[in-house]
Design a protein around this ligand. Structure first.
Ligand code: AVJ
Length: 311
C-alpha cells in the first residue's frame, strides 16, 4: 500500500467510526480534485480567489519592500497562479532567489513547478510534495524567507488545530522571517453559501470527488451519485461545512481500510470546514502563535483579508 493510501486508511478508520462521520478536506485533491478546484476558482459565485488576487496585485510591491524576502515558500501551492504576483513583486525588488512550493498533490505540484521554471529563468524552484498539515518539516531556502499560506486554506483547520499549525510555522522560522496569510472574512450567509454551492454544480462534483479518491486508493465501492452535496453555514462557529448526504440507505465496502460502513438515509459525511474570520480574530490568533501583524489588507469589498506578519 502506498504511503498516501496508508494515510487515507488511517483517516477513514477514525473518521468513519466517529459518531458524526467525517474525513479531512485534503482528500479532495487528487489530479481530478485539483483540476475541479481550479474550475471552482473561476466560478462567478466563488469570490475568494478573485478578492485575494485583487489585494496581492495591489500590494505585491509593498510585500517585497517590507520583507526583502530571498525565498518564497508557498504552502498548498496548487497551480501557483496567484504566486506569480508575489514572484513578480519580489523579483522586481531584486531580492528573490528561490521559490519553494509545497503541495500534497504531486500532479498539481509538478505542473506548477514546470510552469514557473519556464516563465522565471534563473529562479531556483524547489518543489516539495508534503502534507504540511501533518508535518511542516524543515523549509529550504535562504533567509529572510516569506511563507505564503493563501486562499483561506487556514480555514480548513478546526480552531485548536489552527493555533497548533500557526505555531508550527512560527517554529520553523527564524526571528525576522515572514508569514503572508489569506483569510476569508465573515459576510452575509447567502454569499457564503452560494460560493460553496454553485449553480453549475462544480463544487458538488469536487465534494463527491472525495468518494472517488477513497474508491481509488482503498478499493471502496462508494456510488458518488448516491450522495448529495450540501454547503451549510454554521452561524455560531462561523464556518461553512461541506457535507455529502446519503440519499438512500447504503452499505459501502472499503477493503483497504478493512471496513464495511453503513449509511442511514439522510446521514451525512462532513468533508470540509471552511472557517470565515474577522480581522480581530486573525490578529489574536497570530499573536497567540508568536507572530506580530505588520500589515492587514482587504479587497475593496472587504470580502477577503490578507495579513503580513513578522516572526
Ligand atoms: C482551497 C480550502 C481555500 O475552503 O474555500 C472550495 C476549498 N471547498 N470550495 C475553500 C473549497 C469548496 C477552498 N480552500
Amino acid at each position: 500500500m502506498s504511503d498516501r493510501a496508508e494515510a487515507l486508511r488511517t483517516d477513514v478508520r477514525s473518521g468513519f467510526s466517529a459518531a458524526q462521520k467525517w474525513l479531512p478536506a485534503k482528500w479532495f485533491y487528487d489530479a481530478r480534485g485539483s483540476a475541479l478546484f481550479e474550475d471552482i476558482t473561476r466560478l462567478p459565485e466563488y469570490y475568494p480567489t478573485r478578492a485575494e488576487r485583487e489585494t496581492l496585485a495591489r500590494e505585491a510591491g509593498e510585500i517585497a519592500r517590507v520583507t526583502g524576502a530571498g525565498t518564497l515558500v508557498e504552502l498548498g501551492s496548487g497551480s501557483s497562479e496567484k504566486t506569480r504576483l508575489l514572484l513578480d513583486g519580489l523579483r522586481a525588488h531584486g531580492t528573490l532567489r528561490t521559490f519553494v512550493p509545497l503541495d500534497v498533490s504531486a500532479s498539481a505540484l509538478d505542473e506548477a513547478v514546470a510552469a514557473i521554471r519556464a516563465d522565471y529563468p534563473g529562479l531556483e524552484v524547489h518543489g516539495v510534495v508534503r502534507d504540511f498539515t501533518e508535518d511542516l518539516g524543515l523549509l529550504p531556502g535562504e533567509p529572510p524567507r516569506l511563507v505564503a499560506f493563501l486562499g483561506g486554506t487556514i480555514g480548513n483547520f478546526l480552531p485548536a488545530e489552527r493555533i497548533k499549525f500557526l505555531r508550527s510555522v512560527r517554529a520553523v522560522l527564524a526571528e525576522g522571517e515572514w508569514l503572508l496569510l489569506g483569510t476569508d472574512l465573515v459576510k452575509d450567509p447567502e454569499t457564503l453559501v452560494r460560493a460553496y454551492d454553485d449553480a453549475a454544480g462544480v463544487t458538488a462534483e469536487f465534494n463527491r470527488n472525495m468518494l472517488r479518491v477513497v474508491n481509488d486508493l482503498l478499493g471502496a465501492d462508494f456510488d458518488p451519485g448516491a450522495f448529495a452535496h450540501e454547503a451549510y453555514w454554521d452561524a455560531e462557529r462561523e464556518w461553512i461545512e461541506m457535507r455529502l448526504r446519503a440519499t438512500e440507505e447504503t452499505t459501502v465496502h472499503i477493503p483497504g481500510a478493512g471496513m464495511t460502513v453503513h449509511f442511514a438515509e439522510g446521514e451525512y459525511i462532513r468533508t470540509e470546514i471552511s472557517a470565515k474570520f474577522r480581522a480581530g480574530g486573525v490578529a489574536a490568533e497570530l499573536a497567540e502563535s508568536g507572530f506580530a501583524v505588520e500589515r492587514w489588507w482587504t479587497d475593496a469589498e472587504r470580502r477577503f483579508g490578507v495579513s503580513l506578519s513578522r516572526a
